[in-house]
Write a protein that binds this ligand. Structure first.
Ligand code: UD1
Length: 419
């Protein structure tokens, strides 16, 4: 199992290219099932999660080529409407093939994804949306057996709380449904608008994406297009926070800082400055030591739960006390005890972590537990004295493209050790 050895204390200077957003690319890839024509996606990050979904799509009969960051997908014939346990359990986003398979073939058998380290993460809202669209669903042996022999029809879908995945799933299914679908209490994440833009380029009629109400007028057919995935806002936030820990100055090439929503102002309050030009975003640390700031995670445009662990890494050496409240997932502070091994002072009480900033961290062996938690350990390690060994980095390979190369090119002492 690979590990990362990081010797902290070096400021970061240079240019880091920001990759296409993983969370968007995965849903756009699922959209390829909706057309017989070729969907060409540009700016697709080369990540383990993308490879995993590609394997699943290939297994459904999707033909693909992946050159550089351009992924071509052609679902001319659907060879199989079954998504097996092994390919869905490792990555929840795979579950989103269910709607497109139903829209194309009228039936599908897709494994339930199961929980993961950060929480139970059920898919009841996904199933509720599909049921409203006329899908008959049976759950048996860990699988969803779904049928829509007369096709999908438009529906009024009102989510009791915001779910990114369920909103996207409903949009994918509704694009080819008969009639109009209205989604209320929809997620407003930038990746939702990205999916709508891609679907519309393919010939769909989606309006309102990026607001709480999305309308989709179903069409008979979608066609192939070339579409560019939007930049990854979580990766952008991660490298910005790394500068907050190490000092220096980075240009985040291709980034769009406004995609961070409320997190941008939080990072500015903590002491980072952002300037935007045609190349991307320049990030600098305006203070010797960052200021402590409180955050509460919320659906977009609130501070993203995916930034929470990274933000904690910034706060542990900040000046003052920070309260970090997680409201989206029930078990998302697993990085706290690992950060404490490096000298951080964190106490967790239910949904809130209290972080008392310390002047210095000391490197230690630590273990990555999930994708974003792993990146928080890397950020903390970049600012710590001495060596930190981050174990189980396969989590990072799921979501951060060329992490150690990008950081090393900007002066970090970071090395991957493969045993
Ligand atoms: C997506 C992102 C993930 C991010 C999350 C919240 C992808 C691939 N992943 O995950 O990085 O952390 O949004 O911004 O895009 N829930 C239910 N029932 C459902 C669906 C969700 O109870 O049917 C709950 C979840 O357990 C969670 C909350 O709703 O507590 C929000 O989850 P959701 O927005 O659906 O997250 P994902 O789409 O899985």
């Amino acid at each position: 199992m690979d590990r990362l050895a990081i010797i902290g204390g070096r400021p970061l200077y240079g240019v880091i290219p920001i990759s296409g957003a993983k969370n968007s690319a995965l849903k756009l890839m699922a959209a390829s099932l909706l057309t017989e024509e070729t969907l060409t996606l540009e700016n697709v990050p080369r990540l383990a999660d993308v490879s995993m979904l590609l394997r699943l799509l290939n297994q459904h009969g999707v033909e693909s080529t992946f050159e550089g960051s351009t992924l071509r997908l052609c679902a001319k014939d659907i060879a199989s409407t079954e998504a097996p346990y092994d390919l869905v359990r490792k990555m929840r986003a795979s579950f989103n093939v269910l709607g497109p398979l139903l829209a194309r073939e009228g039936k599908a058998k897709v494994s339930l994804p199961g929980g993961c380290a950060i929480g139970a993460r059920p898919v009841d809202l996904h199933l509720k949306a599909l049921t409203a669209m006329g899908v008959k669903i049976d759950l048996d042996e860990g699988y969803v057996f779904a049928e829509a022999p007369d096709g999908l029809h438009g529906a009024e879908i009102s989510f009791p709380f915001v779910s990114v995945g369920a909103t996207e799933h409903a949009m994918l299914a509704a694009a080819l449904a008969n009639g109009e679908t209205k989604i209320s209490n929809a997620a407003q994440e930038p990746e939702i608008a990205d999916l709508a833009d891609c679907l519309n380029a393919m010939g769909a009629k989606v309006s309102g994406a990026g607001t709480q109400t999305i309308s989709i007028e179903g069409v008979d057919k979608l066609g192939g297009v070339t579409y560019r995935v939007l930049p990854d806002r979580i990766e952008t936030g991660a490298y910005a926070m790394a500068v907050g820990v190490t000092g220096g100055e980075l240009t985040l090439a291709g980034a769009d800082i406004d995609l961070l929503g409320a997190a941008r102002a939080v990072l500015e309050e903590a002491g980072l400055t952002f300037t935007t030009d045609e190349k991307g975003v320049k990030v600098k640390k305006a203070l010797d030591r960052c200021r402590s700031v409180d955050i509460v995670t919320h659906p977009y445009p609130g501070v993203a739960t995916d930034l929470q662990a990274l933000f904690m890494a910034l706060m542990i050496t900040a000046d003052g006390v920070s309260h970090i409240k997680e409201t989206i997932f029930e078990n998302r502070f697993m990085h706290a005890p690992e950060l404490s091994r490096m000298g951080a002072q964190i106490s967790v009480d239910g949904q809130t972590a209290t972080v008392r900033g310390v002047e210095k961290l000391k490197g230690a062996p630590v273990m990555a537990t999930d994708l974003r938690a792993s990146m928080s350990l890397v950020i903390a390690a970049l600012g710590a004295e001495g060596q930190t060994m981050v174990n189980r980095v396969y989590h990072l390979d799921r979501g951060f493209e060329r992490l150690e190369d990008k950081l090393a090119e900007c002066g970090a002492l970071i090395e991957r050790i493969s045993d």
